[in-house]
Design a protein around this ligand. Structure first.
Ligand SMILES: [Fe+2]
Ligand SMILES: [Fe+2]
Length: 196
């Protein structure tokens, strides 16, 4: 949890999404940590899915504001780091390391699709951000259920596509030194010390 959320000096801030059985991976297991981010994204998306109905029933109450704050915190801070891990570290390094031509061809097509989806997510998020900020501040704003559905829909195929391909490729093509440099870069992105 802590590792995905860059607000490391305030680990309690996102603790609502964590349970006692979560065992977050550290930067010394960068692929495990990266996978953990997907589970946290899914938790935030499930909160987001409930929000339009809650607002229609109860308006902007404290529960809605707290939910909007948690969603904003995640998608404004942690999710961009996660996309940075992929777009700047994991994907380029895989492209360099994959030696099998068929794997490489498949990966290049997947990378193109995933990066295009990152752009679509950013575009939908830009439309969700403002109403969520209002709700977070307790203002009487509504949330377009179609935008929420569009955002969730992109992730609904995006995350399984990544989970189903990247860990296997990483296992086959990354060296121990690659994993260490990946972990260091991910820690650096979040302003966190790499474990010794
Ligand atoms: Fe992604
Ligand atoms: Fe991802």
């Amino acid at each position: 949890m802590l590792h995905c959320n860059p607000i490391v000096t305030n680990p309690g801030v996102d603790s609502g999404a964590m349970n006692l059985f979560d065992t977050p991976a550290g930067f010394d297991d960068p692929i495990g940590m990266w996978l953990g981010c997907h589970r946290r994204i899914e938790k935030q998306l499930s909160t987001l899915a409930k929000l339009p109905g809650h607002l229609a029933d109860k308006g902007v109450d404290a529960e809605a504001s707290n939910a909007a704050q948690a969603i904003l915190r995640y998608f404004e801070k942690s999710a961009p780091h996660h996309h940075g891990d992929e777009d700047r570290d994991i994907f380029p390094l895989l492209e360099k390391r994959i030696t099998d031509p068929r794997d490489l061809e498949r990966f290049r097509a997947l990378r193109k699709q995933l990066e295009a989806e990152h752009e679509r997510m950013a575009a939908v998020w830009a439309r969700l951000r403002k109403p969520l900020q209002g709700i977070a501040e307790g203002l009487p704003k509504s949330l377009d259920p179609a935008e929420v559905a569009a955002f969730r829909e992109i992730y609904a195929s995006h995350i399984p596509a990544e989970d189903g391909s990247i860990p296997d490729l990483a296992r086959r093509y990354f060296t121990a030194a690659d994993l260490e440099s990946l972990g260091r870069s991910m820690a650096d992105r979040r302003g966190v010390e790499f474990p010794v």
